[in-house]
Design a protein. Structure first.
Length: 536
């Protein structure tokens, strides 16, 4: 039996009151981030996140004996996590980045627990604490890039499997041509919604297994190729069954059932791998790993004097001493969070800066270039969250085109910021042959940095330039945008900006140098005109 001391209940109530206060302040600071996170959980790729809080709660409960016996010692070290957490809050809030807000919330909560309970208690539940990070959806740029790459890999494996089985199948990007029909490997088939849960399952299997650390690492890492391979075979099965059952094999019940089946098959392979690791390397496991089930029960049989730390805490601090020992730590944490919540709610750090002139007034003729306007679908405009845009095909006197696209944002906020073309341009089968940054000299002899990408899809080739005009700066990557959004929101109360993209096809056997000259000539004519529309 665990002894009970008079100060225990009182200290528990003190902690509960402090944490209730923290909870109210954190809700004020992170309500929009939490709402967006719950919205993202409804995405099929992240529905597994609903299970993570319950798993974390179970893992902590499973260690309740050891947690109760660990020494409670409030420490100022908690501010080593709380202060960076507050910094990330401002960077995420002003820079418009939800991932930084998620990391901020995690750091602050863990820091408060460290501040109240000390390092020994947190060490007992270190795995659940780290595992809780998996409840946060992946950053958009990682999710998009990972989804795209998984689609490409899965379609490649699917085509190879179909060809090995004697089918006539060819791949162009994420489109599989079977001759009698074409299959597109869409987001629903990218394997991401099975890969991430399988990695988490691998983590849990490794945690509860009696394996050596290197075996646990192998087990977790192997979940990645297993999931990708099985998903590729799933795509191959669609191609094989399509001539028999038609398009219903790629949609509806069969599609959902096959998705569930590949996860169960992948999990089965993972469990077989666990069995093989134990068979091939018997006795390699370390049964004394902290946090493993059973440690708490074994510890309870040890002499009570070794775990009498709760009583010395009460003896050292006493009932009143516990309050006094914790009061300065908790009061300072409460003050910092209250100030942050008040500033974030009471002060508007961004103003909406309107564009100088609406982009629909952009001239259709610039120098030798004559334009034909284009329009995007409303659902795409809504998804991009832009305030104004321009899309035109300009034709020069040589008869060759340059597509000109501008997207303008009056302010950039969480979930409402500029999308880099780097995350979507490789779609549809386009392969990057050359990409990087270059400097273009304009007609007035000024130099301007731009991103350059040369892409190919079958026999089609195109060259693209893109850049981000931001409040008098020309930026070339998303990380710069986030940093300057944070800084300018603080110092200038502005986060307005734009994306500018130029694309020209390479005609016939035209050289890249000729297309490059065309883009640079167009830039020399159009940039001075565009500068009249964008705020400085």
């Amino acid at each position: 039996m665990q002894p009970s001391y008079p100060g225990d209940n009182r200290q528990a109530w003190q902690h509960a009151l402090w944490f209730a206060s923290y909870l109210l302040l954190l809700a004020a600071m992170f309500h929009s981030a939490i709402a967006f996170m719950l919205h993202m959980w409804n995405n099929d790729d992240f529905t597994y996140c609903y299970l993570v809080p319950a798993i974390v709660a179970y893992l902590i409960w499973e260690n309740k004996v050891r947690l109760r016996k660990a020494v409670t010692r409030p420490t100022w070290a908690g501010f080593g996590l709380i202060l960076p957490g507050i910094l990330f809050f401002w960077m995420g809030d002003l820079g418009g980045e939800y991932t930084l807000l998620y990391l901020s919330l995690w750091l602050i909560v863990v820091g408060l627990c460290l501040l109240h309970f000390g390092a020994e208690k947190l060490r007992v539940i270190l795995f659940p604490i780290l595992f809780s990070l998996t409840m946060f959806p992946l950053p958009a740029f990682i999710n998009n890039r990972l989804s795209l790459n998984l689609k490409m890999i899965s379609s490649f494996i699917g085509v190879e499997a179909m060809q090995w089985m004697g089918m006539s199948a060819y791949r162009e990007g994420n489109v599989i041509d079977l001759g009698f029909t074409q299959l597109q490997v869409v987001d629903a088939c990218n394997g991401l919604r099975y890969l991430l849960p399988l990695i988490l399952m691998g983590l849990l299997v490794a945690y509860f297994s009696k394996l050596a650390m290197w075996q646990k690492i192998v087990l977790v890492l192997s979940s990645i190729p297993i999931s990708i391979l099985v998903n590729g075979l799933r795509i191959a099965s669609v191609g094989l069954l399509y001539p028999i059952w038609g398009p219903q094999v790629a949609e509806g019940f069969f599609h959902d059932f096959s998705g569930w089946l590949i996860f169960m098959v992948s999990l089965g392979i993972l469990l077989v791998e666990l069995w093989l690791l134990k068979k091939i390397f018997p006795g390699a496991g370390d049964d004394s790993v902290a946090g493993r089930p059973g440690n708490g029960e074994r510890a309870e049989s040890k002499p009570k004097e070794e775990f009498g730390s709760q009583k010395p805490i009460a003896g050292e601090q006493g009932q009143a001493g516990g309050v006094k020992g914790l009061l300065p730590h908790a009061a300072l944490a409460l003050l910092l969070l209250a100030a942050t919540a008040a500033l974030s709610q009471g002060i508007e750090f961004r103003e909406k800066i309107p564009i100088n002139k609406a982009l629909n007034q952009f001239p259709s003729q610039i120098g030798m270039w004559q334009a034909r306007s284009q329009a995007m679908e409303q659902k795409i405009i809504d998804a991009l969250d832009l305030d104004d845009y321009l899309m035109m095909d300009y034709r020069g006197d040589s008869g060759k085109n340059v597509n000109f696209y501008v997207a303008y944002y009056q302010t950039q906020r969480k979930g409402e910021s500029i999308h880099s073309p780097a995350s979507c341009m490789p779609g549809g089968g386009w392969k990057f042959k050359q990409s990087g940054k270059t400097t273009v000299t304009l007609s007035d002899n000024t130099s301007m940095p731009v991103n350059r990408a040369f892409m190919q899809k079958g026999e089609s080739r195109q060259l693209s330039y893109y850049w981000f005009p931001m409040r008098g700066r020309i930026l070339t990557n998303a990380y710069q945008m986030k940093i300057y959004n944070f800084w300018d929101a603080l110092t200038r109360q502005r986060t307005d900006g734009a994306l500018v993209r130029l694309v020209t096809p390479l005609y016939g056997d035209e050289s890249v140098g000729s297309a490059e000259a065309r883009l640079q000539a167009f830039m020399g004519d159009v940039v001075p005109v565009l500068n009249q529309f964008l705020p400085k």
